[in-house]
Design a protein around this ligand. Sequence first.
Ligand code: FDP
Length: 281
Amino acid sequence: MERTVDAVVEAVAEAAPDIRGGLIGRRSYRDSANASGERQLAADVYADQLLEERLGGIDGVGEYASEERQEIVDVGEGLSVAVDPLDGSSNLKSNNAMGTILAVYDDDLPAAGETLVAAAFVLYGPITSMTVAREGVVTEYELVDGEMQLTEDAVELPADPVVYGFGGRVPDWPDDFESYARDVERELKLRYGGAMIADVNQALEYGGVFAYPALESAPNGKLRLQFEGNPIGYIVECAGGASSDGSQSLLEVEPTGDIHQRVPLHVGNESLIERLEASLD
Ligand code: FDP
């Protein structure tokens, strides 16, 4: 299993320069929508196909699923990988940060977060970095031509939180979330760029909280459990933080059987997530 996880993580690192390079000339929308009914960019489709090819070919990988396709692909025997090939892809038009998210489950998909054996994200910022969580430890690398160069070997959320970022339109927030948000904005600085990976990484680096909460118009929020909620919850918890769907850890959320299941997502310093859960009671 260890070797398969190494191979999957390395394959995502090696794919990153190709995904980043493939953004050029792929900023236009296609006629099709993805499995969640959202518009797809040519870059989303390109990154998905590339990752299916690279990850699906690894010995010890049994299933491949992606936010960009309806069906789970059977690729052999072993671990299941779920990816968001281009997180925050609506940022491509305005040339802002985006990411790639990886979840590796030791179970068939859709799987519970508690069966994760690794999770990682690539952040396409001014430099390309990769953050990997395994066995309770979070490690950060810079990617140079797809090679992982270590920058921090035990990432921990700073104890004193500094930043917050909350998704969704304010009039669409339920009253209990809004009153929590009003408290937080009196204490912390706003950092919201519209790509979850980039916004979560602000909380990881500076301490704080990121949420895409339940909305009046969408009680399960916007983000997806298998591709976003579970891996991000796992990474933040391994870094000493907490995650929540509003009442429990994201890793405890039971999969419904829909690979594209959505979940309200809140991650950050433990004290801020405890306060959030108390506010939503
Ligand atoms: P996007 O639709 O651009 O792919 O994954 C969904 C996501 O981005 C997240 O990365 C991001 O946090 C959120 O949606 C942004 O949604 P809003 O446009 O509603 O802020």
